[in-house]
Design a protein around this ligand. Sequence first.
Ligand SMILES: [Zn+2]
Length: 64
Amino acid sequence: MRVYRGLSGRLLSCGCFVGSYETYSGTTIEIVDARAASCANPSHREGARLVAATSTPTSNAGAA
Ligand SMILES: [Zn+2]
């Protein structure tokens, strides 16, 4: 995955720090820049791309 430029970075709730990058194709991806020692998510490895940035604040699950 070739990235065009870095956009920003953010800290996840697990403690990992991820950076947002824009690719040459114009899409934005997130890559783990620094893995937290306390992180329990095995998919959070430095240099690993995060799976589809979850931009869904609330699901369709209504107040049951
Ligand atoms: Zn993590």
